[in-house]
Write a protein that binds this ligand. Structure first.
Ligand SMILES: [Zn+2]
Length: 174
């Protein structure tokens, strides 16, 4: 699976910390039979006059992983999110707030932020319209459950099948 990673030059967080989160995500996906391939670009987020974030250098047909200090207000709405995944102007986008992102902490409740966000993409939650709180809670629970399985019981092929289905759908809609 191909990730187009947008990294900003200056970031509050220690790069070693960042590496730990990524290393763990790579390992988990690798264990599930999915190899994450990444290219890094220098990402920049600007803001349109109307307040919508404008990302420079997004690519179609790949998952754009935007590594930033904070999730832009447009999505965050003062909730202090560690990440968000969505389709933004046709681009598939996973955004990670490096101030809040973390490695696996507590099974089912607090899992690796990168794994969590990528699973929202793989399970195609990004295609869904905005969900009610209840439904959104169910989607969160599914992702955290799958991330926990990848972390503690590697080897299942459900994630791989889901990833294949996602890639198939993404390529059809390009
Ligand atoms: Zn989530």
């Amino acid at each position: 699976m191909y990730l187009h990673r947008h990294v900003r030059r200056r970031q509050a967080r220690d790069p070693r910390d960042r590496c730990r989160i990524w290393r763990e995500a790579y390992r988990d996906f690798q264990n599930a039979g999915i190899r994450l391939q990444t290219t890094d670009v220098n990402g920049e987020i600007q803001r349109s006059p109307g307040g919508r974030p404008v990302f420079l250098g997004l690519k179609r047909g790949v998952i754009n992983m935007v590594i930033t200090d904070n999730v832009p207000m447009h999505w965050d709405q003062a909730r202090g999110l560690s990440g968000i995944s969505t389709i933004h102007e046709g681009y598939h986008l996973s955004m990670i707030s490096m101030k809040r992102a973390h490695t696996h902490r507590v099974p089912f409740f607090s899992v690796n932020t990168c794994v969590h966000e990528l699973l929202h993409v793989i399970f195609q939650d990004i295609y869904l319209p905005r969900q009610s709180t209840f439904k959104a809670g169910q989607l969160e629970a599914r992702v955290d459950w799958q991330a926990t399985r990848m972390w503690l019981f590697p080897g299942g092929d459900e994630i791989r099948k889901a990833a294949e289905a996602y890639l198939e759908r993404a390529s059809r809609l390009q």
